[in-house]
Design a protein around this ligand. Structure first.
Ligand SMILES: [Zn+2]
Length: 108
């Protein structure tokens, strides 16, 4: 007799990883990258970085996302100043040198 709303089934397709980012369970793809791709109308290139404007990696609203061509431009424009950091940017250098850059994005 119980009938839950369908909104809950949608969120069950994703989870939050240990770095604080939401990912799809099936593909492992980051939700914020997926949202940005929808917004742009194309696929993101491997080197491209999606920045969270408010620094909250779980705020995947299209308005909160901004794409940069590469990590250095992203860091230079958004994270140069003190106090404007993302919540989780601990292993930034580790993910950058780690090879599979396509799915990894260290700081939003
Ligand atoms: Zn950023």
């Amino acid at each position: 007799m119980k009938r839950k709303s369908n909104s809950s089934s949608r969120s069950a397709k994703t989870f939050v990883n240990k770095n604080g980012y939401r990912q799809f369970k099936d593909s492992g793809k980051y939700v914020h990258r997926h949202v940005e791709e929808k917004k742009l109308g194309r696929s993101l290139k491997p080197g491209e970085v999606v920045h969270h404007k408010d620094g909250n990696p779980l705020n995947n609203s299209p308005n909160n996302l901004k794409v940069y061509r590469n990590q250095s431009e992203h860091m230079r424009k958004e994270h140069k100043k003190k106090g404007k950091r993302h919540i989780t940017n601990n292993n930034c250098s580790a993910t950058l040198s780690g090879g599979s850059a396509s799915a990894k994005h260290c700081s939003g």
